[in-house]
Ligand binder design. Structure first.
Ligand code: F6P
Length: 361
């Protein structure tokens, strides 16, 4: 049996299921007699050579924990590394640090667990022949090449519970209740949680809405004696011909735009145009925290184990993926080529439309 030494990092926004992946990668590797090095805070740990050798007790009892025991960073792009100089943030290319540290540590593979930003960075290192394996992570579920990413199911679960809770208070007060969920430029979380929670209106970036249709749906319900309405809106939703609402720009981030605030715009307009009392809830980071669902734990375990199998087979430059129920692999470059958006004819859109949900179009 050949002994290998592998590294693992978790980068980008944290996500439920990361610890399940770390545990699966490490324990599968230990089973083969390999060594595992955990880099701290994503690529920052590789640039600055901050790591710890993981042993069984480090990864024991973490399956059910949210977050990541390794820490993460969404600002540590080695090709555009932010450093403070005379009180100012400036950017330097420190990619050579990564190459040097991976070589010095004689890593047979570097497992990068991350979303679009992380895998784009990982892809650039393939040119340097770094032995990279990607594992897709994001609550947004917007990575191509995999049917689902872990973290998504937990986010949907939390958002669905929020919709359920809003239902009872909405019905009691005869109000319009709006729930804003995350998802960046894709409407997966809003669609799945909105459908599961029986939302009356679901607004997603892929289907620009018109205020007149949103108000018509709310008023039609009121006309039928249903004096409340539930709206689930994705943070990236926008009116037809309008723009997404940007909450802030994080200059140091690999993806600087942070969306958020569309629910407040909607709430104000609905109240003005319909005269119905409206309240807004923004779910925010609650949908990213806490214990993962059983599906996310199991997907994390399957992905971690597959990563080890690929390394064993000498396959690098691949991302593990879920396709049609099978755990497989695709070249990393194909995973980051295109954002996976909700198709307008997605079965869940067709089915929810059929039961009376409006998409504001
Ligand atoms: O990509 C995951 C995500 O939670 C998005 O849904 C959201 O837009 C963004 O990250 C929030 O980023 P931050 O944690 O930097 O506020």
């Amino acid at each position: 049996m050949t002994t290998k030494r592998i590294g693992i990092l978790t980068a980008g926004g944290d996500c439920p299921g990361l610890n399940a992946v770390i545990r699966s990668v490490a324990k599968s590797a230990f089973g083969l007699g390999w060594e595992v090095i955990g880099f701290e805070d994503g690529f920052q740990g590789v640039v600055e050579n901050h790591f710890r050798v993981l042993k069984n007790p480090d990864v024991s009892g973490i399956l059910t924990q949210g977050g990541t025991i390794l820490g993460t960073s969404n600002t540590a792009d080695p090709f555009r590394y932010p450093i403070r100089k005379r009180g100012q943030i400036v950017f330097r290319d420190y990619s050579d640090h990564v190459v040097r540290h991976v070589k010095e540590l004689e890593l047979d593979a570097l497992v990068c667990v991350g979303g679009d930003g992380t895998l784009t960075i990982a892809k650039k290192f393939l040119k340097w022949k770094l032995p990279i394996i990607g594992i897709p992570k994001t609550i947004d579920n917007d990575l191509s090449g995999t049917d689902f990413t872990f973290g998504f199911d937990t986010a949907v679960h939390i958002a669905t519970e929020a919709v359920d809770r809003l239902h009872t208070t909405a019905a009691s007060h005869h109000r319009v209740m709006i729930l804003e969920v995350m998802g960046r430029y894709a409407g997966w979380i809003a669609l799945y949680a909105g459908a599961a929670g029986g939302a009356d209106i679901i607004l997603i970036p892929e289907i620009p809405y018109q205020m007149k249709f949103v108000c018509e749906q709310v008023k039609a319900r009121a006309g039928k004696g249903k004096r409340f309405s539930i709206i689930v809106v994705a943070e990236g939703a926008r009116p037809k011909g309008g723009r997404m609402v940007v909450k802030r720009i994080v200059k140091t981030s690999t993806d600087p735009v942070r969306l958020g605030g569309i629910s407040h715009v909607l709430g104000r307009d609905i109240e003005r145009l319909t005269g119905l009392e409206t309240r807004v809830s923004v779910l925010g980071h609650i949908q990213r925290g806490g214990s993962p669902t059983h599906d996310d734990r199991n997907l994390g375990t399957l992905f971690g184990h597959k990563a080890i199998e690929l390394i064993q087979r000498g396959l690098v430059g691949y991302m593990v993926a879920l396709q049609n129920g099978n755990i497989t692999q695709i070249p990393i470059r194909n995973a980051v080529r295109k954002r996976k958006l909700v198709p307008r004819n997605h079965p869940l859109i067709l089915a929810t439309r059929a039961v009376g949900t409006s998409f504001g179009d």
